[in-house]
Write a protein that binds this ligand. Structure first.
Ligand SMILES: CC(C)(COP(=O)(O)O)[C@@H](O)C(=O)NCCC(=O)O
Ligand SMILES: [Mn+2]
Length: 904
């Protein structure tokens, strides 16, 4: 079953603000007939894109003699969807959840490991919760039919709520109840009933806002951010230290809510000068037709022509005695009284900006005073007035900072437009989301999300094919969208807060600095790696891409890698025309992601190098390239396994000190087989695998650039008389296929096993570049075990040979060896690893481990180079990139890192 189907449908035609793709343009929809939700009671028209049961490949599961045997539908998606709405005056916000069982959860090895470790139920919850996805979609309220069609086409009205509980899968009852908030929940109730047979259950707006904010602040890592001088900075909120806070919701009017806990809040203040005031006055004064148009005008305005500044009163001087600079606004619109001018004499741009500042400052000031009144440290701003507008956020931030003298900071939320809808969703009983935690959510940005996640939505696309067609047309028509646009230089408000916005000019798309909202994947089985010294301060990324030079460099590297990657991807799928189309669509999609991030690095949350590398893998999977390097991996595995017996013999002839050094050298040397590095790929043209491996070994010369080998050796051997206890259990985070695993990490694992240490090989759950996966490892270990008693006995003890389907009786040798060698998946599909989100199996085996070995550039340099562990840690990698070598270790390409960090 395809895990990704749901995302593929998450596609949109309408682009808010860009203007180049029109969601009523059937050319882009790629479907002749525009699907409409039927009128209830009329005959439901059947259309090709309406979800129906897919009966292909149907088979009876279990006993044919049973009265009602289960019928397995291998091709039927098991998505079950639930939905909630926030129907406001201008926008409809829709949140829906599609449940999807986590498909990586099945295999026998897992059962064996769980049995060994005595794990009975990895999800220690009182009721089962399946994995799933939370989607966020917006429609314009005046195009409510699009929203109804969307709900219908995705059949979201079917899996609603019956009395107070979720209905069973896909059942249709006469009275499906959907939770909704906002005025439209009243206004459009009959329409929903007539068109979709849905009864709307109204939820209190304020309750929903608070519930939505609480959920986001507790469950989503990069949700809250500050916005000063054009710079966004994500704020890590400790979910145990969230309350109390002030929630300021700026709609037409403004509500200020003191939130003390889940469901515990009080509206402590508000003001009637809010978004409606800006829009209403702005409309009268500028003749603008829409709120967005008014905001856009402000981008090009200069409020000094209308506002009376301190300097205007004090002859250009500061009023320094009371701390007011000459540029401080003394009186909004105050200049108009002393000048003999009419409204027409002022530019609409200047008026809009002056109005925006007047209202934002006023709200910021009242908010701060209320925070002060109740002793609240944090103020979060949300509501339709903000809508991700950089200058609005800057202005509010400036006001809070100014009035609090830097003691308080305004914060904003990435999903702020969806607070109410999420809250309505949370009001269902037993949706299973309320006690989930940050580490169980993974946000993904399927194609479409960079452009619409959070913006206004159009009709959904049906399948991969439609998505590819859309991708092809999208880039042709929309070059001005995918091409980077000028970003707002820092300092939009200036220190005094009164310079004109510098992010002006027609070329700047008004939503350029907007943050995207992706699809939240809910993976209940993910856990925080228990051996992290301090998960709260842990930051996986070593390279911070908020440094613009760094960002540009890595974007260039990834862009240059693209043609070769696409060639390999297409070849991995047989080079068919279909594969070529998908390859092309992948390239366009990933380039579009890169362009979007170049324009707004914070668009998808805090951006590190690991996120970019993972995004590339996700994007490949989205276009159904599931294992691009499959044949390369196979070839390298075979070549390496052929020389393994010789290597093991050579190692066995050495004394143990020389052997340990040779083993570590072997790991470092074999880490050269990395198809993600440009320099290495160029090397592979110059010789066979074994030749390159030998060359790499021969070049190994100590001291390495980072060389803690002696420290590690000491821990392993100490002195001959005073032998330290061997490690109890070592977790080896393995990296690449071929020589890396076969000639590098496996022999090292064997050495640890020989010393009585249990070894767990930790490998990727999904393919990424040429990294070995947990699925592939048992066969490799089984092959290696044919030549080695230690590996065979240990693999047998760890249940690996059962997995590799090797009949142990076929190879009778001395297998009295019982220290186990195990394999667990790490829960990710990337060349890097974020240890805040690992598989529950890895978390379980980690509990008894006292040594962690991280191998490879992705896992030990790009990520985790600075990670601290509760146990000893060894980080081994060859640096296969010149710039990284220079920056991180003050060295050169192909230098090596052997960093040993004893537990502190
Ligand atoms: C993707 C990688 C992290 C994989 O390295 P590995 O973890 O396999 O050692 C690495 O190949 C990389 O950083 N490549 C991009 C830089 C370059 O091509 O030089
Ligand atoms: Mn790798």
């Amino acid at each position: 079953m395809d895990n990704l189907t749901e995302d593929h449908q998450e596609f949109n035609i309408g682009i808010d603000g860009g203007g180049s793709i029109n969601n009523t343009d059937n050319q882009f929809i790629g479907r002749g007939e525009k699907e409409m939700a039927p009128i209830a009671g009329n005959s439901i028209h059947r259309s090709s894109s309406r979800p129906q049961l897919d009966l292909s490949g149907a088979a009876i599961q279990g006993n044919f003699e049973e009265r009602d045997p289960t019928i397995l539908l291998p091709n039927q998606s098991d998505d079950i969807s639930h939905l909630a709405l926030d129907i406001g005056g201008s926008l409809i916000k829709l949140v829906y959840f599609s449940r999807h069982e986590n498909q990586t959860v099945t295999d026998r090895r897992r059962k064996i490991i769980n049995a060994r470790l005595g794990i009975t139920n990895v999800n220690r919850r009182s009721y089962p919760i399946l994995g799933g996805r939370l989607h966020f979609v917006k429609f314009e309220t005046n195009k409510i039919n699009e929203c109804l069609d969307f709900i219908y086409s995705k059949q979201l009205h079917r899996g609603g709520m019956d009395s107070r509980h979720w209905q069973s899968e896909g059942s249709v009852t006469e009275n499906t109840i959907i939770k909704a908030t906002g005025g439209g929940a009243y206004k459009f109730a009959d329409l929903f009933k007539d068109r979709l047979g849905i009864s709307i259950e109204k939820e209190d707006e304020m309750n929903c806002l608070v519930a939505g904010a609480n959920f986001l602040l507790k469950a989503i890592r990069h949700e809250a951010f500050t916005h000063m001088e054009g710079q966004k900075e994500f704020v890590q909120i400790d979910s145990n230290d969230l309350f109390p806070y002030l929630l300021v919701n700026i709609g037409s009017g403004v509500s200020m809510i003191k939130v003390d806990g889940d469901g515990i809040f009080q509206r402590v203040s508000g003001t009637n000068v809010g978004g409606g005031t800006y829009w209403g006055l702005g409309k009268l004064l500028t003749k603008c037709k829409s709120f967005d148009e008014l905001l856009e005008l402000s981008q090009r305005g200069d409020n000094r022509t209308i506002d009376m500044l301190v300097g205007d009163i004090y002859g250009g001087m500061d009023y320094s005695k009371i701390g007011l600079s000459a540029s401080t606004i003394a009186s909004s619109f105050g200049k108009a009284i002393s000048e003999n001018k009419d409204l027409e004499d002022y530019s609409p741009e200047d008026i809009s900006l002056s109005l925006l500042r007047m209202i934002s400052y006023n709200i910021g000031q009242i908010a701060y005073l209320n925070a002060l009144r109740f002793g609240l440290k944090r103020i979060f701003f949300g509501g339709f007035f903000i809508r991700g507008h950089a200058y609005t956020m800057d202005t509010i931030s400036f006001a809070v900072q100014f009035w609090s003298k830097g003691q308080a900071q305004a914060m904003f939320l990435r999903h702020e437009g969806f607070l109410g809808a999420i809250g309505a969703f949370m009001s269902y009983e037993k949706h299973g989301l309320d006690d989930l935690m940050v580490h169980q959510f993974v946000e993904r940005f399927p194609m479409g999300a960079p452009y619409i996640g959070g913006s206004v939505h159009g009709p959904p696309l049906g399948d991969l094919n439609e998505k590819i067609s859309w991708m092809e047309k999208f880039v042709q028509k929309g070059t001005e969208i995918t091409a980077p646009v000028p970003t707002a230089p820092p300092g939009t408000t200036g220190l005094g807060g009164f310079e004109v916005p510098s992010s002006k000019g027609d070329a700047l798309r008004p939503d350029a600095s907007k943050l995207n909202v992706g699809v939240l994947h809910l993976v209940p089985s993910l856990e925080v790696f228990p051996l992290l010294s301090d998960p709260k301060t842990y930051e996986p990324n070593t390279i911070d891409l908020s440094d613009h030079g760094e960002l540009e460099y890595w974007f260039t590297v990834l862009s240059e890698h693209m043609p070769d990657l696409v060639d390999k991807a297409v070849a991995s799928e047989g080079g068919t025309d279909d594969a070529k189309r998908r390859g092309d669509a992948f390239a366009r999609a990933f380039s579009a992601h890169l362009a979007r991030l170049m324009e707004e690095p914070a668009a998808y949350g805090k951006l590190g190098l690991a996120n970019l590398l993972e995004l590339r893998e996700e994007c490949l999977r989205e276009f159904h390239f599931h294992d691009v390097y499959r044949s390369i991996k196979q070839r390298e595995n075979e070549a390496s396994l052929a020389v393994l017996p010789d290597l093991l013999m050579e190692l066995d002839s050495m004394n143990e000190e020389t052997r340990l050094l040779t083993l570590i050298e072997g790991v470092l040397a074999a880490n050269i087989f990395d198809w993600g590095s440009r320099a290495c790929v160029d090397l592979y043209h110059k010789g066979t695998i074994i030749e390159i491996y030998r060359m790499s070994r021969n070049k190994m010369q100590r001291p390495w650039r980072v060389d803690d080998f002696d420290l590690f050796k000491e821990r392993m051997f100490s002195s001959a008389e005073k032998r330290p206890r061997p490690y109890k259990r070592a977790l080896l985070f393995v990296d690449n296929s071929g020589a890396d695993i076969v000639l590098g990490m496996l022999p090292l694992a064997r050495e640890l096993l020989r010393r009585g240490t249990e070894v767990v090989l930790v490998a990727n759950s999904l393919p990424a570049l040429n990294d070995i996966t947990a699925m592939e490892l048992p066969d490799i270990v089984a092959e290696a075990a044919k030549h080695c008693d230690i590996l065979r006995g240990a693999a047998e003890a760890g249940g690996l040979l059962v997995d590799a389907m090797i009949n142990v009786q076929d190879s009778p040798r001395d297998s009295s060896f019982s220290v186990p060698l195990m394999v667990v998946e790490n829960g990710c599909g990337s060349p890097c690893i974020d240890l805040r989100q690992v598989s529950s199996e890895l978390a379980a085996v980690a509990k008894d481990a006292d040594l962690v070995i991280l191998e490879g550039m992705g896992r030990s340099l790009h990520t985790n180079f600075n990670a601290k562990f509760k146990c000893d840690a060894l980080k081994l990698a060859m640096v296969k990139n010149q710039r990284l070598a220079a920056k991180l270790i003050n060295g050169n390409i192909y230098d090596c890192v052997c960093r040993f960090e004893p537990a502190n």
